[in-house]
Design a protein around this ligand. Structure first.
Ligand code: G3H
Length: 494
């Protein structure tokens, strides 16, 4: 933490273009190292081999985009003038700009140890912050390798640290450390505990979801089927944005359940090295938790579309039909390859179930009627509703946020950069007399400069410094200052 504090002071003074240059370099190095990092993901978190490579490449792209976006949005400030507010003359100016927060603590989850780490690291660094990363216990080796890529890119010593260890052992120390100025966390309900302990620091949190998939009678059933399988079962359902409950109109339920069953039967179940679709879930306790939800549904009468099968942490894909609200699986997120189907008789019933959840991350609606889709998506209390496609974060520059217990704040590259800065103001008050003098003096200077700097092509080439000041005053000069002249306008428009 001490090293981060020292490094951050110098980093905040490093020009924005230089910070961006280093991020671009890190992105390129990360992509060069995609094979060994992906191998770690396969071994540590059983991510299917192809998805593991995609995660690293996506992360490199995210870092590059962050560098570009940072250069754009952090290079801008905002000028305000006082007379917009009643009772004020036009004699006070406020120049507000964004400055870094200090040290950002980033805590990504096991399911994206690289991608959800760089989605915090990139914005923090471009904004001039130092970064302390606490990687997930499973995924820590991949994360260390990824951090090494940033070090290879040449970021200053102490600016990016990675502290490994169990959350239960080092979590409180880090999240309650007085040197931390911002926490960006993705994970489960630990985030709620962190938010209670963290104190007066900005928080960005994404804490999971129970994403509902509402299917109307007029939906394209093949499209629905493909999205239920992809949305519910990719990476064995271990995604916060996975489809976690299907709310389907009774009249089409049989047909869709049959189609989903047929597709699930074709999924490859096995090891991540073989690029299987369904791989072992991350821990034994996870597998036990999933099993408890399945057994609860069994006791309460859910229809099993497949036989329940588990070997160690490997659980075969399971669709549970005729799930009712009194079953735990109707509300809790299994984070595994088990998907409940609740049959509904009206759209309102579906919306009601979605909104009765403590979570509100994403949801989706399938219908060919765009008007209905928009009305339903407006009524669903979630951070995002996907129309005719499965929930998903990204592309990574899209805003990403959850309502209720699903999180605090919004992510996505631009929002994360903004979130990791604070606004400071320079305010300047003038008397009208001073303002008039200043204005008249500057107008003369601009005119003089334009005359002195004729370059022979007939155009006036004013000194850019005067043009900028004159432009500000031209747009905002005090109400009793002289109006703009045609000459001045020409120079200003140059
Ligand atoms: O697990 C949580 C992630 O934010 C989900 O990301 O939609 O790209 O899988 P994804």
């Amino acid at each position: 933490m001490d090293a981060a504090k020292v490094a951050q002071k110098a980093w905040a003074r490093t020009p924005l273009w230089k910070r961006a240059e280093l991020l671009h370099k890190a992105a390129a190095i990360l992509k060069e190292h995609k094979a060994p990092i992906a191998e770690c993901l396969v071994k540590e978190i059983a991510k299917p081999a192809k998805d593991a490579v995609s995660e690293v490449v996506r992360s490199g792209d995210l870092v590059s985009y962050t560098a570009e976006e940072g250069v754009r949005i952090l290079g801008e400030g905002k000028l305000l003038v006082s007379d917009s507010f009643p009772g004020n003359e036009r004699n006070k100016y406020c120049l507000s700009s964004k400055v870094p927060l200090g040290v950002v603590l980033a805590i990504p989850p096991f399911n994206y140890p690289v991608n959800l780490a760089v989605s915090k690291i990139g914005p923090a660094l471009i904004a001039g912050n130092a970064l302390v990363l606490k990687p997930p216990t499973q995924g820590a080796v991949a994360a260390l390798h990824m951090v090494h890529c940033f070090h290879l890119a040449g970021f200053p010593k102490g600016l990016i640290s990675c502290v490994t260890g169990k959350g239960s052992e080092i979590g409180d120390f880090l999240t309650m450390h007085p040197g931390v100025n911002c926490i960006s966390f993705t994970g489960g309900d630990t985030g709620i505990a962190i938010s209670k302990k963290a104190g007066m620091v900005p928080l960005q949190m994404e804490l999971g979801g129970k994403d509902a998939c509402i299917v109307l009678e007029d939906a394209d059933l093949d499209l629905v089927t493909a999205n239920i399988v992809k949305g519910g079962f990719s990476y064995s359902g271990q995604r916060c944005t996975a489809v976690k409950v299907v709310l389907i109109m009774e009249s089409i339920a049989d047909a869709v359940v049959e189609k989903v069953k047929a597709k699930l039967a074709k999924l490859k179940v096995g090891s991540p090295e073989d690029d299987s679709d369904i791989t072992p879930v991350v821990t034994e306790s996870s597998a036990n938790f999933i099993e408890a939800l399945v057994m609860d549904a069994k006791e309460k009468g859910a229809t099993f579309c497949q036989e329940y099968r588990r070997e160690g942490n490997l659980i075969w894909p399971l669709l549970l039909d005729h799930v009712r609200p009194d079953m735990r699986i109707a509300w809790e997120e299994p984070f595994g390859p088990v998907l409940p189907v609740i049959r509904i008789n009206s759209v309102e019933e579906g919306i009601h179930h979605c909104n009765a959840s403590n979570f509100g991350l994403q949801g989706c609606v399938f219908t060919k009627d765009i008007n209905k889709a928009i009305m339903i998506s407006d009524a669903m209390e979630t951070g995002t509703v996907q129309i005719n496609s499965a929930p998903a974060r990204g592309p990574d520059h899209f805003p990403f946020q959850g309502l209720k217990d699903s999180g605090i704040g919004s992510q996505g590259i631009t929002n994360s950069i903004n979130m990791m800065t604070k606004i400071i103001n320079d305010e300047y008050s003038m008397t009208k007399y001073q303002a008039n003098l200043l204005w008249l003096g500057l107008e003369r200077l601009v005119r003089c400069e334009s005359v002195n700097r004729q370059d022979g092509d007939g155009d006036a080439d004013a000194d850019p410094r005067f043009v900028v000041v004159a432009r500000l005053l031209g747009q905002h000069y005090p109400s009793n200052a002289p109006p703009a002249t045609a000459d001045r306008t020409e120079v200003i428009d140059d």
